[in-house]
Design a binder for this molecule. Structure first.
Ligand code: GRF
Length: 205
């Protein structure tokens, strides 16, 4: 069975949702560790309550994309048995850019959830970007992480309708509901070996 690590920075609702699905035996994967780069991430207590080990690797003082920081992540991940052979690393509101070295080390084994229909609205505040742009639909994307920002092969997407009276808050809420549906699905597909990366696409069997 594959070993799952989830990296968070804050609230941890996607993490919670995935861990609960695993605990209910809905996903055949072993959740071994939750790592936060913020000591005060709310998700840490949630993970502990569910019974998953947590570690804090404080990123204070380390710029994003920094290998010195990411090598600490690799040590902790490998200490918990999350390797390039058997690991899956889910970024779930992990607010840091990963270094190219980290991405190469775990090539094809790092997933992220993004609150927009990529390639639209990458980066920060995607829900606000969507609202300000005036799109009628937005949504969320689970994708593999490559060396760009939100550019890796897309695994699953889900769409929500944007109404005239929507606010950044109401859009975020609608999108989050969809995030909670598709992220566990993507983890399950990966755990069952059903996702193949072909060039910049994924093929799901
Ligand atoms: C989500 O909106 C996710 O798409 C984005 O960060 C947020 C994390 O929320 N990457 P949570 O910590 O999972 O509740």
């Amino acid at each position: 069975m594959l070993s799952l690590a989830i990296l968070i920075s804050g609230r941890g609702s996607n993490m919670e949702n995935i861990l609960k699905a695993v605990k209910k035996n809905k996903i055949p994967i072993k959740p071994v560790i939750v790592i936060s780069n913020k000591p005060d991430a709310r998700g840490l207590a949630i993970a502990q309550k569910i019974g998953i080990r947590t570690e804090i690797i404080d990123s204070n003082g380390f710029k994003g994309g920094n290998w010195e920081y990411d090598s600490k992540l690799v040590s902790v991940l490998e200490k918990h048995g999350v390797t390039p052979q058997n690991g899956l690393i889910c970024l779930a509101g992990f607010m840091r850019i990963m270094s190219p070295e980290f991405i190469r080390h775990y090539k094809g084994r790092i997933m992220n959830i993004h609150p927009a229909i990529l390639p639209a609205f990458p980066g920060l505040h995607s829900q606000r970007q969507a609202l300000e742009y005036g799109v009628k639909y937005s949504g969320c994307t689970v994708h593999f992480v490559d060396e760009g920002v939100d550019t890796g092969p897309i695994i699953l997407q889900s769409v929500v309708k944007i109404k005239d009276n929507d606010t950044e808050e109401s859009i975020s809420k609608k999108i989050l509901k969809q995030e909670h549906k598709i992220y566990p699905k993507a983890v399950k597909l990966f755990a069952k070996g059903k996702i193949k990366i072909v060039g910049r696409k994924t093929v799901i069997s």
